[in-house]
Design a protein around this ligand. Structure first.
Ligand SMILES: *Cc1c(COP(=O)(O)O)cnc(C)c1O
Length: 411
């Protein structure tokens, strides 16, 4: 194929994306990650960041990152197994294990890499992985890559999950525990695009009953839920029942990188088998140091203060949206048996991709950054606005967003 054919094919694909309202473009942001940002020289109020505790541009994180650059340099040099296992990575892992109250932790260059590495290390051909229909792409991709049989249960549907497990149980000939197919259940705890919660206690009960393992992705819960902000696992009091706890350093923790927490044996296995750990250069020292600083802020009175503010902001928005929703019947967060203690993530499901795009454009013109979330991030026809809050927002800013969203207030 010559290059003009190649170009032709690519431009046809892009035209298709455009035609289906699924084309994405990057928006350049001038300046740091923050609530007030500049796009194309115009100010926007940002309601789309996962920097829930406003730590990404926090002075404490920045100074620790800068110290780490001074101490360790900019790069890590190699994979951790070759010569990149710098003391800052070990310090972070000790801090993460203490924070999550597990025996050990292992960090990766991203949450995506953590999922890919852990799942493919734990299950393979002949095994089974059972995931929630709305589980994050990194879990889906990892499951496919692992070679295990992939089964999907409807979102948070414990009856259907039990049916699947029962069927697997019946089908399994159990000559010896060692040769038995392993079953891994994987879910998010707080769902990234809907903001609702997985019933972790029910999941833990089921996996115990059927001899499966459970992996929980706490990307949107770490730092936010539970008495010590360890995550939903702590909030739902199942800390000692989950085999694999996964998280990212890039959301409430304000840095970048991913991690797995669990037993010492689990972590030793991952060091030996997780290919995204073995064959990838260690995370840069600055991001590890920033994450350590973030864990300190989260555990401090300042961290508590930020979270309280975020809770109140999110509560005020939920109240306001309930009114708008009642008036228009357009706001439809999915039904869930568990009400989150608070919602830092508010989906406003608009259905058609074009409807979500229109709404997002209207908000953009009014000075708000709330991107349209579309396929493949969510199902086709389930396009939405995904509104997120951080502790750096003010009540006035939340009121102004509510006003912009309220169709009765627009002409
Ligand atoms: C963001 C996210 C990840 C990936 O984490 P990164 O550190 O950004 O790679 C994994 N799972 C969920 C649910 C996420 O939202």
């Amino acid at each position: 194929m010559n290059s003009s054919e190649f170009d032709h094919l690519l431009s046809e694909r892009l035209a298709q994306f455009h035609q289906h309202n699924l084309l994405r473009k990057l928006r350049q942001i001038d300046g740091p990650q923050a609530i007030h940002i500049q796009i194309d020289g115009k100010p926007r109020l940002n309601f789309s960041s996962n920097d829930y505790l406003g730590l990404a541009n926090d002075p404490a994180l920045k100074s620790q990152a800068a110290n780490a650059v001074a101490l360790y340099g900019a790069g890590s040099g190699s994979s951790r197994l070759i010569c990149g296992s710098l003391s800052v990575h070990h310090e972070l892992e000790t801090a993460l294990a203490r924070f999550k109250q597990t025996e050990a932790a292992l960090t990766f260059s991203a949450g995506y890499a953590a999922a890919l590495g852990a799942i493919t290390a734990l299950v393979g051909k002949g095994d089974v992985i059972v995931i929630d229909r709305l589980a994050h792409a990194c879990i889906v991709d990892a499951a496919r890559l692992s070679g295990a049989r992939l089964l999907v249960y409807p979102h948070n549907d414990m009856d259907r999950l039990e049916q699947i497990l029962r069927r697997l149980d019946r089908g399994a000939q159990k000559p010896s525990p060692a040769s038995r197919a392993r079953i891994l259940i994987a879910t998010e705890s707080v769902f990234s695009m809907d903001g609702d919660l997985a019933p972790l206690r029910d999941l833990a009960d089921l996996k115990d009953r059927y001899g499966a393992w459970l992996m929980v992705d706490e990307a949107h819960a770490t730092g936010l839920y539970g008495p010590n902000r360890r995550g939903l696992i702590e909030d739902q009091k199942v800390s000692d029942r989950i085999e694999v706890q996964m998280g990212t350093l890039s959301k409430a923790i304000g840095s970048s990188g991913g991690f797995i927490c669990g037993s010492r044996l689990l972590i030793d296995c991952l060091i030996n088998r997780a290919r995204t750990f073995i064959f990838s250069t260690a995370p840069c020292p600055a991001s590890a140091a920033a994450a350590i600083a973030a864990l300190q802020v989260i555990a401090s009175p300042e961290g508590t203060h930020r979270l309280d503010h975020l809770r109140r902001l999110a509560g005020r928005f939920s109240e306001g949206m309930a009114k708008i929703g009642d008036a228009t019947a357009r706001s439809s967060p999915p039904a869930t048996r568990l009400d989150p203690p608070f919602r830092a993530i508010h989906p406003w499901i608009l259905g058609e991709e074009s409807a979500a795009l229109q709404m997002s454009t209207r908000l953009d013109q009014a000075g708000f950054l709330v991107p349209a979330i579309r396929f493949p991030a969510v199902a086709k026809g389930a396009a939405r606005l995904r509104i997120t809050f951080t502790s750096n927002h003010t009540f006035e800013e939340v009121e102004s967003l509510l006003k912009a969203l309220d169709p009765s207030q627009t002409t």
